[in-house]
Design a protein around this ligand. Sequence first.
Ligand code: PHE
Ligand code: ZN
Length: 879
Amino acid sequence: MKEGISGKAIYRKDYTAYPWDVNRLDLHFEIGSETTVVRAQMEFQLKDGTKSPQAIVLNGSDLQLVSITLNDRVLSGEEYIIEGETLTIPDAPQNCVLRTEVKIHPASNSALEGLYLSGQFLLTQCEAQGFRKITWFPDRPDVMTTYRVTLEADQSEFPVLLSNGNLVDAGELTGGRHWVRWEDPFPKPTYLFALVAGDLALVEDHFTTRSGRDVVLRIYVEAENLDRCEHAMESLVNAMRWDEERFDLEYDLDIYHIVATNDFNMGAMENKSLNIFNSKYVLARPDTATDADYQGIEGVIGHEYFHNWTGNRVTCQDWFQLTLKEGLTVFRDEEFSADMQSRAVKRIRDVRDLRSRQFPEDDGPMAHPIRPDHYVEINNFYTATVYQKGATIIRMYHTLLGEDGFQKGMKLYFERHDGQAVTCDDFLAAMADANGVNLDRFSLWYSQSGTPQVHVSDHYDAATQRYTLKLKQHTPPTHEQKSKQALVLPFALGLLAANGDELPLQFEAEADAATGTRLLIVEEAEQEFIFINIPEAPVPSLFRDYSAPVKVFFDYSPEQLATLIAHDSDAFVRWDAAQRMAEDAILKQCLAHAQGLEMTLDPSLVRAFKGILSDQQADPALLAEAMTLPDEDYLADQMDVVDVDGIHAARKFIKKGLAVELVSLLTARFAKLNDGQPYQKSATAMARRSLKSICLSYLLETSAGESLAATQLESSDNMTDTLAAIKGLILMDSPLAATALSEFESRWKADALVMDKWFIMQAIKPGRKTVDTVRKLMDHPAFSIQNPNKVRSLIGVFSMLNPTGFHTADGSGYTFHADRVIELDGLNPQIAARMASAFNRWKRYDESRKALMKAELQRIAAVDNLSGDVAEIVNNALR
Ligand code: PHE
Ligand code: ZN
């Protein structure tokens, strides 16, 4: 990456250690919404073996400096240099105490980074580099110190004053003011600092750790939300217990606090003992939150809790190592959810998510390895690649080493690095050393970007009963990395007979055959496996459980896919085979559509889906996943030039065709699932609702659907059923949709999270009219461009999840969206940059759309004072 318009690239290879230890940080806040005064005192000590004298370099941004004192002497303006975001004190003494006083202005902070106002309370967000908006300090993760934080504020306006660690003292002051002091015994980097001040209510619970430590658990919310915390609390308790049982990791303080805010750039933040959450991942009641919301809460609560060890106790040396904590912690939360719910369903959903969000990254202008080599704005690297692909790489260690080997590696990792800021190499070394294996070749996964393609071919020789499988791997070049090498791929394989029986696998050199999945390792660009004593031409079941994050190509016949769908022992392969079959069918009809031919429905697809729908044994949630057709964006990724309208038409044609063919089965299954039982939160009930919703969505393609949806809406006692019904009515253009939406609105207009769903339902409606709806909705009283959840629900959903709306041929969707990016850039660059990435894949469209998108990108790039965040995204896209 060359220099961006407003930012310079930073390179991983340029890392140098900070020359100073900071032994202690004492912070004092005089809290006020308009102005907060921050006094900091820090003890600097030159690191052993560092040549002196050295300069002290601090980071700061948007700070109003009042004074700076070195060893009790106020420094004059000539004794330090402020340049951009750094303050340098040249030639500082080997041991010194630095004191600063600054003023900051939370109420006018719309970037939601640093200290800011949300509703009636103040809170902080410091990852990655928000601490520098609070005070001058070495704002980098490898500078760890212990914090003592004193918060002083008006008692009635800010009755609750929280920070990390333990409450050690508190008192009252004159004039209705009070103060509270917190001490965190664990040294931590700046990004894990947090404070919260305001009028919040709380729910409380307890957890006793395995060794007997009593931990008080509190969730702080605005008072009206007190009845929506139960699920989050239950998830927290489950997460704490699970981490003890599965990872042998116990909580290390007496307090665990969670605060929910409506104004948050991301999902949640793992600040030591004071997690801050987007309220979307805390608040739930059956009538306000869907099953997906409940599952999201469980996952994110778990994720932030698990960071206490993987992220906080052992943190990152620099931001290039982000996946060290994020990939690992996502892996841990995936495993947690898998253990709590259905492992197979969780795996399928995670793979779907990887394919639809991460594969496009690898294939676009922002492609990067899970451990990037450079960045302009680190906030742009909180990506599906670092998180989700990062987690699949951790999963491969697990697959290769097994649960025991993996846990041995984790144990060694903590033994070596507890309390340190380390690198991905350190993690790999711990895994290798604990298991006595060499993982040097595996390490390529950290530095190579792109999605590997594996082309598999086979040959069966009936005379010798030998079966040969040949794998060729190849990773297409990415924009920043042209040449690629062969990767280590765990390859989980099974072979099926035509009747669906699993065939025993035996290599030539082996005395016996083994039945079931076999884990093989692929490490060359081309590799062959030969099996003996195979009695018939088998159907290969490839990369079971998605054992490596690759695109697999094999020329399956429809019969072979049908065998896998009906019989494979691996739920992922069964699901994947159904997806492949549906994908082939849709893409074929898309081609027909483009050639002006009549579209047709392949009977083998009908048969396969009939089989799925008739399965009374399998988990209904698995069947729901199998019946969900690949989404339009995923299908678009499979085309050389995206045919937006063709994909939509073909997918709709197939869905309707299946619905018509299977209407009686769908009706019967729907009726059976629609048993009139009151809402339950159990995994079984959720699984049944998911199949019920997908059955309804098919039925809505037939004349039977509308009245079923209307009845479901009337009798629904939960948000999952309600949304399935309203969404269905909107999609089918039912005259009932308008009433449903307005009733929903009048019931929930004061409820921010529920109104997000109301915006989403309208923003996602296909077709060229939606851009006008979205534009109008921006004037709705419940909408605010300052609020990230609202922006994501209305603008983000429209531009990223509604292809026929966004890519409307006249370009009106693009213009609307570019205007929003520009508007947002002045308010919240992080969110603006996320939104700007909707244009990332503009080169994959037809000439006319390409030109329209390019023009909008250029218009954004030309804006005066564009943030570094957005500049990096659009400059990359344009390059
Ligand atoms: N570290 C947070 C998580 O993944 C995400 C986050 C990043 C939140 C940056 C806020 C800002 O759990
Ligand atoms: Zn995380």
